[in-house]
Design a protein. Structure first.
Length: 441
């Protein structure tokens, strides 16, 4: 495989490294093979054992002449991988290529094909992690290796960091690396997962590539209701289940947040009417989802016993600028019931959105426009959380770039039982990422 990889990087024009092009047919073929191997590794979180995925990426990098470091951040094989490509100006803080190797669990019985088979069928590569986010990790790695093979020296150092624990909020991944090895990171820019390109996700009938400049804040709240137990044949007003359901209904009736949102305002100016789907609905406003309910007496719970307690969790996603404590206070005021108590399970810190007046944002726009002429490139807020937020809190400019054109239905397979990506877009994304990295930023 190593020999084929070397052959695949033969330069078609050797006069100047800055204008050199690889043999894209061979590069694409190898990248698809690598992604398939990568998806087949069951790096499920928990337990976030990424020792095998780290060794796979390490072998690719070292075969290309990189020196790599593996950091074991916890028990059970939690492993992070780091490497660096030196740039021209060491006084500049580096660009960080950030990706995670862990994936969420699967319910194999719900999949129609092997979720770790990396099967290519109907022009799609199927499998857990294909979209979130092993494909982007391979695009980053391929672009980095191409720079080195072609002798292209970037304007500043590029650091490649593959982490083990993003799907559990990065405690043993990005957060651990920031806490313990910040001096090896300290980026000015971060490129991570986030937004994609689509013809129907953002605005109907418009080819749009989003570049995420901010994440929504993750606020998880547990509600606990206390009542009086009794026989199910005799209804009572102190039923903990009824108390909890009423509290949830009041909490979900919270009004929209009406403060200005510059990023969303810019999206409207460039796109006009937004598409009507769950993604764009979540982008525009604070959201709240009921994610767990737990009550009952006995195991399994007895259907004729009224429980004295019940609990639920709410997954709230807040726009940049929204104060999480104020949001929780408003929920408490709306519920206004002393029989309900609250536990804040997460404590978001809000760095705000990254600015877009940078050479890197311009390079991203230019690279996307080269491969997708006529597409509108626009900054967006993504409705979920990424590890970029941790670096924004430390002053870095973070952009989420997954340079593939997908439809809303395909993006909706993230974390689902049919996760997949269009293989032709994965191949084209290799070109886009390489063009981003070889730009002058």
């Amino acid at each position: 495989m190593t020999c084929r990889w070397v052959i695949s990087l033969l330069i078609s024009s050797c006069a100047f490294a800055s204008t050199a092009e690889p043999d894209w047919r061979q590069v694409e073929q190898h990248a698809v093979e690598l992604l398939s191997q990568y998806v087949r590794i069951r790096s499920v979180n928990p337990p976030a054992d990424t020792s095998a995925t780290a060794k796979l990426l390490q072998s690719e990098l070292e075969a290309a002449g990189f020196q790599t470091k593996l950091y074991v951040s916890g028990s059970g094989g939690r492993t992070n991988l780091l490497t660096r490509l030196p740039g021209r100006d060491h006084s500049k803080r580096p660009l960080l290529l950030l990706n995670h190797m862990d994936v969420v669990p699967v319910d194999a019985a719900r999949w129609k094909i092997d979720p770790f088979g990396a099967q290519i069928k109907d022009g799609q590569l199927w499998g857990r992690g294909s979209l979130d986010m092993k494909s982007t990790g391979v695009q980053q790695l391929t672009g980095l290796i191409l720079l080195k093979r072609l002798g292209i020296v970037p304007p500043r150092d590029i650091v490649f960091l593959a982490t083990c624990d993003e799907e559990s909020d990065g405690a043993f991944g990005a957060a651990w690396m920031i806490q313990n090895h910040w001096d090896e990171l300290n980026p000015e820019y971060v490129l991570d997962e986030g937004a994609v390109g689509s013809r129907d996700l953002y605005a109907s009938g418009k080819e749009v590539f989003g570049i995420s400049v901010g994440d929504k804040q993750v606020l998880w709240i547990k509600l606990h209701a206390t009542g009086i137990s009794g026989h199910g044949s005799q209804p009572i007003t102190e039923n903990a289940n009824d108390i909890l359901l009423q509290a949830i209904a009041r909490a979900k009736a919270i009004g929209p947040w009406d403060k200005p949102q510059p990023v969303i305002d810019e999206m409207r100016r460039k796109l006009g009417t937004f598409a009507s789907n769950k993604f764009m609905n979540a982008v525009q406003q604070n959201t709240m989802s009921l994610t767990t309910l737990r009550s009952g007496v006995g195991d399994p719970p007895k259907p004729n016993v009224i429980p004295s307690s019940a609990e639920a969790t709410l997954d709230c996603r807040l726009l940049p600028g929204q104060n999480a404590e104020e949001f929780l206070s408003e929920i408490k005021a709306r519920v206004n019931d002393p029989r309900v108590t609250y536990e804040q399970l997460s404590h978001p810190a809000d760095p705000g959105a990254s600015r877009t007046d940078t050479p890197l944002f311009a390079a991203i726009r230019e690279a996307i426009s080269k491969d997708h002429p006529g597409a509108t490139v626009v900054p967006i807020i993504v409705p979920y959380g990424t590890d970029s937020q941790k670096f924004r809190l430390r002053g870095a400019v973070g952009y989420g770039v997954q340079p593939m054109l997908v439809d809303a239905a395909t993006l909706g397979t993230m974390h689902s039982d049919s996760e997949h990506i269009p293989i032709d877009q994965f191949r084209l994304g290799l070109h886009t990422y390489f063009n981003i990295l070889r730009s002058d930023w």
